[in-house]
Design a protein around this ligand. Structure first.
Ligand SMILES: Nc1ncnc2c1ncn2[C@@H]1O[C@H](COP(=O)(O)OP(=O)(O)OP(=O)(O)O)[C@@H](O)[C@H]1O
Length: 763
């Protein structure tokens, strides 16, 4: 990534005059500075002595961090005892091997000076913890503190009305909240330097960052003394931000300077975002979450929010909702109820994660529990650079809704949304790990951060198309970067020269982010008018009654439909199973009567909204099973009948052959043997009704032939006046028609006679 950015700063003329006079004074008296220094040191020594007895009051500390007494009540401060234990020594960011390395002891400043957050010493202006008066830093000091790099005079801070959110004086602080969101704004950028880590110290690393005025940052590159080529190219770099926090700054100072105003704005219905950006191990998670002893911005913001809500809303008109998600390997996951990845959708409110759990929170403790639970679910892994490296971007979102009736009895609704974002660290693969999963995570982290930098570039350059869609992270940050939102970026950096590249990169992007202009952040306020006049109320009442009636009619219709469905399912369920012989011949079709009966009978399902699908399925399965059984039984019956018939035919054939051999004359109408001219088929011997009946219905078809015709005996066949023959003669059968010509009834009008086919073919 290109590295540039040296802020273009001009020295003000009045400043220049003052510096010139200082310079001339110094030139006249060479011991002037030394004497003044001695004086100041003596004074400071006494001050320190006094301070060590009395301790520094919490009030002073708070005032120094720019909080009003009103805010103090709302804030959750660290233990005052702990505060008082801290030495009243301002150690400026020490720089081994740098031109100047100093430790200043702060004199007890006058109240006015504390209010201005500037401590003015004698010859040298000794800068207190907080930001200095605008343009108060002299060039002399700047020159002395510069680290061999080019002399960069103090710059006029950019931002709303020429100032950022960095605390300069209380008056400014008071107006910041008014400024927030009034017109189009910009992203406010803060930088936090973390203390040197043990590992870094052990590795012999040197501090390459110096913070001046709590706003200017000087970055030095170190090189081997023998590396002449490199030494030539070494340059100091300078950046200016809204505020810069040295390694000694507390969590509370960071919170009150960067985020407290945003929390206030949320309660007024404005949106706000705070995100930490930086290399891996630079202190992002520490700043956002912190530890149990030193809670970070997220925790302090929630505590502060609930305190403020409690103070303002005695009637419980504030509703706080909370959600917590992470973007891990380009998937969005709910940290409060982990499950399947969430899908991002864009709607009227902006980008939302569909299905994200929104918890209604009633107290700080509850939120803390949720936050702990969420962090437990967050993906962290040890890497070479950081023992507990966050492998995902985490976003905590707090929505505060306020509803109240105003003087005119209208309902006023205000909704503010605060997003607190802990980004995963930008990293080099070698800095973390080269194992597959870690490097894949690293690649995804870098991809999303690259997408973020592309968006920053596009926004700064005022391009029409901003590539938010390049990653899930930028989609989620769309509102924060380019929407109507008060946005704060906290860039975290390491002091170690071993991380020089990462630090330079972070500062470069932080510097660029300062130039992003956000849309005007107006309060999300809605006023719902309630009709006051009586006629209006009467009209409303009538409308509601009408609507009520219509709904009742709809309900009745739905209930009727429901009853019908229930009755059908019950009828299907209770149809009898075909087990007996009679049922074998009757298919299990539910009768209409049964259905009617079911309808009138009170159903056990009444009151339920639906008949279970599984039940209907079960009934249908049972019916199919019964039918299959019926079919099987019928097939068996058919087989049996076939066998009977075949046996009878065999017997009769044998009998006829016997008779013909013995020379017995057959019955009338049928000529046996040589004289036989006509053939009568077996089918033609069946009575006509029986044949028709066979086709009438399946039940007839499968009826046993036994009851239809009495089983014939030998005598039935042989005797001409046998009842069966008579019956046959009395009817007009096909065989009968065929035998009309013959005078005598044939004995061959018997089933099975078709077997004589070979003879008949001779006709
Ligand atoms: N201001 C600070 N004061 C004291 N310790 C700090 C500070 N900032 C960071 N640390 C310590 O430095 C270590 C790394 O910090 P942290 O885990 O916050 O880094 P990170 O930027 O979140 O890294 P990653 O991106 O890998 O998650 C931690 O042990 C943390 O306690």
């Amino acid at each position: 990534m290109p590295v540039s950015t040296r802020s273009q700063i001009k020295t003000r003329p009045d400043q220049r005059d003052q510096e010139d006079s200082n310079l001339s004074h110094h030139m006249r008296n060479p011991h002037y500075g030394l004497k003044e220094k001695m004086k100041a040191l003596t004074l400071l020594y006494e001050q320190q002595k006094r301070a060590s007895f009395s301790g520094v009051t919490v009030q002073e500390n708070r005032r120094m961090s720019g909080l009003s007494s009103k805010d103090e009540r709302n804030q959750v401060f660290e233990d005052p005892k702990e505060e008082s234990k801290k030495p009243h020594v301002m150690k400026e960011n020490t720089m081994p091997n740098s031109v100047v390395t100093k430790t200043y002891v702060l004199p007890k400043p006058s109240v006015d000076d504390v209010r201005e957050n500037v401590v003015v010493g004698g010859a040298e202006k000794i800068v207190g913890f907080s930001c200095p008066r605008k343009g108060s830093m002299s060039n002399t000091v700047a020159r002395k503190l510069s680290m061999g790099g080019s002399v960069v005079p103090h710059s006029e801070p950019r931002g709303i009305g020429g100032g950022g959110l960095g605390i300069r004086n209380l008056q400014e602080l008071e107006t910041v909240s008014e400024k927030l969101g009034s017109k189009g704004s910009r992203i406010f950028v803060f930088v936090r330097l973390r203390p040197m880590g043990k590992k870094e110290k052990d590795a012999g690393s040197r501090c390459c960052v110096r913070i001046v005025n709590n706003r200017d940052i000087y970055l030095t590159e170190f090189a081997n003394e023998n590396d002449y080529l490199r030494l030539k190219r070494l340059r100091g770099r300078h950046f200016t931000f809204d505020a810069s926090f040295p390694d000694t700054s507390t969590q509370l100072e960071v919170y009150s300077t960067s985020t407290a105003e945003l929390v206030e704005a949320i309660l007024q219905g404005r949106n706000g975002s705070v995100f930490c950006y930086g290399a891996t191990g630079a202190g992002k998670t520490y700043t956002m979450l912190g530890t149990l002893e030193n809670p970070g911005v997220m925790v302090l913001a929630i505590k502060d929010l609930f305190n403020k809500v409690r103070q303002r809303s005695y009637d419980g008109n504030h509703v706080v909702h909370l959600s917590y998600l992470e973007v891990y390997n380009e998937t969005v996951r709910d940290l409060l109820s982990p499950g399947r990845p969430l899908v991002l959708r864009e709607d009227k409110q902006g980008i939302v994660a569909a299905g994200l759990t929104q918890y209604r929170a009633y107290s700080t403790d509850e939120v803390m529990t949720l936050l702990q639970q969420g962090n437990h679910n967050r993906t962290t892994e040890p890497t070479r650079a950081n023992e507990t490296s966050s492998r995902s971007h985490a976003i905590l979102q707090v929505v505060v809704e306020y509803r109240v009736r105003d003087a005119a009895d209208n309902i006023v609704s205000r909704v503010g949304k605060l997003s607190l974002i802990d980004l995963a660290g930008s990293e080099r693969a070698i800095a973390t790990d080269q194992r597959t999963l870690r490097s894949l995570e690293g690649a995804n982290i870098n991809r999303s951060l690259l997408a973020l930098s592309s968006c920053i570039n596009a926004l700064v350059e005022g391009k029409k198309h901003i590539p938010y869609r390049n990653s899930k992270l930028t989609q989620l940050l769309k509102d924060s970067l380019g929407g109507a939102c008060n946005t704060v970026m906290i860039a975290n950096i390491s002091p170690s020269n071993l991380s020089f590249g990462e630090t330079q990169n972070t500062l470069h992007w932080a510097d660029r982010a300062k130039e992003i202009r956000t849309k005007a952040c107006d309060a999300n306020e809605e006023i719902l008018q309630v009709p006051e006049s009586e006629p209006d109320q009467a009209k409303l009442l009538l409308e509601l009654q009408k609507e009520n009636r219509e709904l009742r009619v709809q309900l009745a219709k739905q209930q009727q439909k429901l009853l019908a469905v229930q009755a059908q399912s019950l009828a299907a369920n209770s149809s009898p199973a075909p087990s007996s012989g009679s049922s074998l011949l009757t298919p299990p079709v539910p009768s209409c009567k049964a259905i009617e009966k079911q309808k009138t009978r009170p159903s056990f399902l009444t009151g339920n909204c639906f008949t279970p699908e599984s039940k209907r399925k079960k009934v249908a399965e049972e019916t199919v099973k019964d039918l299959k059984q019926t079919v099987k039984a019928l097939e068996a019956e058919i087989e049996r009948i076939k066998k009977d018939h075949a046996l009878q035919i065999k017997q009769k054939d044998a009998f006829i052959r016997d008779l013909s051999r013995k020379g017995v004359k057959p019955a009338d109408g049928v000529v046996v043997g040589q004289g036989a001219k006509r053939t009568v088929t077996r089918a033609s011997l069946r009575p006509k009704e029986a044949v028709e009946g066979e086709l009438k219905s399946p039940s007839h078809r499968f009826q046993s032939p036994a009851p239809a015709a009495k089983k014939r005996t030998f005598w039935d066949i042989t005797t001409a006046n046998s009842p069966s023959v008579a019956t046959l003669n009395g009817r007009k059968t096909r065989s009968h028609v065929a035998s009309e010509a013959s005078t005598a009834p044939s004995m061959l009008l018997q089933p099975g006679f078709a077997r004589q086919r070979p003879d008949s073919s001779k006709r």
